[in-house]
Design a protein around this ligand. Structure first.
Ligand SMILES: Nc1ncnc2c1ncn2[C@@H]1O[C@H](COP(=O)(O)OP(=O)(O)OP(=O)(O)O)[C@@H](O)[C@H]1O
Ligand SMILES: Nc1ncnc2c1ncn2[C@@H]1O[C@H](COP(=O)(O)OP(=O)(O)OP(=O)(O)O)[C@@H](O)[C@H]1O
Ligand SMILES: [Mg+2]
Ligand SMILES: [Mg+2]
Lengths: 252, 252
């Protein structure tokens, strides 16, 4: 059944959405059946792939207006589907507060997709609200993207503690698949210091692949394309392609 | 009485915290009495100024365990005080849901500070939860920091709509003081396109001052210092000093 992965970091702007789009596309290029799910009411994942986020999406599935299977949309990339999100999802953090079983909404709603895909990858918002907690109860793996910046290190320990407490109380299968350095610039002293500190502390958890800062990655979303369709020879594309190999090795 | 300003953008990593620290410090250098308030449970504002975020802070004020005046801490900069935040604040978005008057907690708790400062500046988390809504009900001005990136433009209209709806229903005094471009790189085509698009659409709302991408700004927090104490001659320091002049002109 499907490998369920979420990209999570409550620190904002660390490359969660960019990583979901391009890891997903790389796995699809390698022939895996991949579904991406937008759990962020900003809908950046949906717009990065020119998906129609006025069509029924994550909010409609979680409020049982449509089934998960019906909400899957094809993208321009073969083997790559998406479930979109829009501003409706923002209200769910409040709507779910007083509901029985509020932590299992995502897990229950997405159960029917388990055999249709090899990888299901979720993009989370930069917060640890109820929707995000729901994705931690559903997922089997967490990937933590982090910028090589001082402020990005601050929240890492508290994030690890949150994942550990969900694993203990709500989802024994949950594992941290790895920490992914994003927007890395070799020539910056601070970046190298952060990489050294985090690698010394978390050792094998850190992915060998580092995603370099590459302006082509920030241009691709304005064309609604993953990097492989926008500029397949750039450094960003090569890095995400290499990451997909590492993810497959860790998972399979 | 004090000019109450919040830095708000639900898009993550756009320079909210960096702007609050350095605009605050620049106003203090110009002799204004300034208080910074951390409304983000990540506590990045607190750590950027080496403040003690285990001392009573925003959460303790909003749950009425301590008064706002008692929670003000001095920083290493003259005329610059801070109220800190830590992970406790994350729970408040849920705790406040079923409470009477839940939108006025910040406004009521901070009323006693109005005459002690010239500027009170709040740093918001990258989400539009109940704590953030509370800051919109309290503030007189909103500054929207935005990166010159495609994905950052996506959320701008929905943010403007949120501010307009709070102004209509909960806080008639609320005004958008301006849109601030951050991490701007002159040589990137995408950055110039975004600046052009946003300026054409929002015209006078856009601050003339653009904050350049400058690695010194991302190094300063690891020393717990605003940019003026870390490297007062760098481009980042000059830009925030210039911004403080523009803010004073718009406000006073
Ligand atoms: N490796 C990279 N090189 C250059 N730009 C990048 C890279 N990765 C992401 N970006 C750009 O940086 C910005 C932040 O990335 P992204 O939106 O993916 O982060 P996020 O963690 O999903 O943000 P949020 O917390 O708001 O959800 C975007 O404008 C994106 O285009
Ligand atoms: N002008 C700049 N030049 C270079 N780096 C910057 C600049 N402004 C901010 N940074 C760095 O970029 C990262 C994001 O900035 P910051 O944390 O201030 O954004 P934020 O909007 O507060 O993020 P969040 O949404 O997580 O609260 C930080 O590591 C910061 O040090
Ligand atoms: Mg995102
Ligand atoms: Mg911040």
């Amino acid at each position: 059944s499907a490998n369920k992965i979420i990209f999570l970091n409550q620190k904002g702007g660390v490359g969660k959405t960019t990583s979901v789009v391009n890891l997903g596309a790389a796995l699809a290029l390698r022939g895996k059946r991949v579904l991406l799910i937008d759990f962020d009411s900003q809908g950046n994942l949906s717009s990065s792939l020119s998906a129609d986020n006025s069509a029924p999406g994550t909010y409609d599935i979680l409020t049982e207006q449509i089934s998960a299977k019906e909400a899957c949309q094809k993208t321009s990339i073969n083997n790559l589907d998406i479930i979109t999100a829009n501003i409706d999802l923002a209200g769910l953090n409040i709507e779910l507060v007083n509901v029985e079983n509020r932590n299992y909404y995502v897990k229950n709603a997405l159960a029917e997709l388990e055999n249709s895909y090899d990888y299901i990858i979720g993009d989370c918002p930069p917060s640890l609200g109820l929707v995000t907690i729901n994705t931690l109860v559903w997922a089997s793996y967490v990937i933590i993207p982090m910028q090589c910046e001082y402020l990005a290190m601050e929240g890492l320990n508290s994030l690890m503690r949150t994942v550990a407490s969900i694993k203990r109380s709500l989802n024994q299968d949950l594992t941290i698949l790895g920490i992914l350095f994003t927007m890395f610039t070799k020539r910056t002293k601070l970046a190298n210091e952060v990489v050294e500190d985090v690698t010394q502390y978390f050792d094998n958890l850190v992915f060998k692949t580092k995603i370099p800062r590459n302006v082509r990655l920030s241009e691709a979303p304005s064309h609604g394309l993953p990097i492989f369709a926008y500029d397949k020879h750039c450094l960003g594309a090569k890095a995400y392609y290499k990451l997909s190999k590492e993810v497959i090795t860790r998972v399979e």
